[in-house]
Design a binder for this molecule. Structure first.
Ligand code: G3H
Ligand code: 13P
Ligand code: ZN
Length: 311
């Protein structure tokens, strides 16, 4: 059970019309909850680490925890850097054992994005690592940086062939109306995604794996639990699951999910502590929190990604 790249995973996902979940990890309980679900579902798996996660847990702890999860479950796992913002962080993750990195040059001009992405691709490919690039800019919060709706932009399909050709990226994240975090659409309005852009991109890049960020569905049962037990998340709304399933049937091979895990874990901890005010052993509230992560991930694999049994 070595760490693997996403190449074979994406080929199969594209061919068979499913997507692989890329789940953000920050600590042991999250890694255990996700990998236990993947084992039960026999699903292919990408674990991804943000700069914030590396700062929180340290690179070495995350690597060792993922290695432990592989040994424990026998799963093949791709370990991916989420939203690498410069060459240095990508290099550090490549040198430090990751099998996949994202270079997120989406805030730069097209030319600067090409230049930066190409530089990362050259280094990564020379080390057997694959690269995800991004064109178009999602709204929402990443690493405490908020991108407002007015600074976000849909991917322009007319740019994708040139970007992929000039950079040599292995997959491409596009912006079709999803956003990071728990507040993706105005409550009461109908969520809209630009499937026409996805369609046009896939026509221009036949067989090429597309990535969808900001793809939590912000499961309402957990929002309600958070709000019932002292939290304040009114108006939290995500991407409807049927839209994600549709994207997974199309060219989208990787679907990024973080907020749904945060929400499930927080709902579980809030509920547990409200119901057991005398508990102060972290194992007492982290055991159900880990089980909540496992339940959410299994649900995604079965009903949203369509990747159960595809390992
Ligand atoms: O897209 C961002 C992910 O949700 C990671 O969030 O940067 O706060 O760890 P983070
Ligand atoms: P969510 O905030 O919708 O979970 O998106 C996560 C993501 O895109 C990580 O890169
Ligand atoms: Zn993202």
């Amino acid at each position: 059970m070595p760490l693997v790249t996403t190449t074979k995973m994406f080929e199969k996902a594209y061919r068979e019309g499913f997507a692989i979940g890329a789940f953000n990890v920050n600590n042991m309980e999250i890694i255990q909850g996700i990998t236990e679900a993947a084992k039960e579902e026999q699903a292919p798996l990408i674990l991804q680490v943000s700069a914030g996660a590396r700062k929180y847990a340290k690179h070495v702890y995350l690597i060792k925890l993922v290695e432990a999860a592989m040994e424990d479950t026998g799963l093949d796992i791709a370990l991916h850097l989420d939203h690498g913002e410069d060459f240095e962080i990508c290099k550090s993750c490549i040198d430090g054992g990751f099998t996949s990195v994202m270079i997120d040059g989406s805030k730069h001009s097209f030319e600067d994005n090409v230049k930066l992405t190409k530089e990362v691709v050259e280094y990564a490919h020379a080390h057997g690592v694959v690269v995800e690039g991004e064109l178009g800019r999602l709204a929402g919060v990443e690493d405490d940086i908020k991108v407002s709706a007015k600074d976000s932009s849909y991917t322009d399909p007319a740019q994708v062939e040139e970007f992929v050709e000039r950079t040599g990226v292995d997959s491409l994240a596009i912006a079709i109306g999803t956003s990071h975090g728990a507040y993706k659409f105005k409550p009461g309005t109908k969520p809209q995604l630009r499937f026409d852009i996805l369609e046009e991109v896939s026509k221009r890049l036949p067989g090429f794996p597309i990535v969808l960020h900001g793809a939590s569905s912000v499961m309402q049962e957990y929002v309600e639990t958070v709000n019932r037990f002292g939290g304040q998340m009114p108006g939290a709304v995500g991407v409807p699951e049927d839209m994600l399933r549709e994207a997974a049937r199309m060219a989208v091979c990787k679907i990024n999910i973080d907020s749904d895990l945060r929400l499930a874990m927080t709902a579980s901890v809030r509920k547990h502590l409200a119901e057991h005010p005398d508990h102060f052993d972290p194992r007492q509230y982290l055991t159900p929190a880990r089980a909540a992560i496992k339940e959410v991930v299994a649900h995604k694999m079965k009903y949203v990604l369509g990747c159960s049994g595809k390992a």
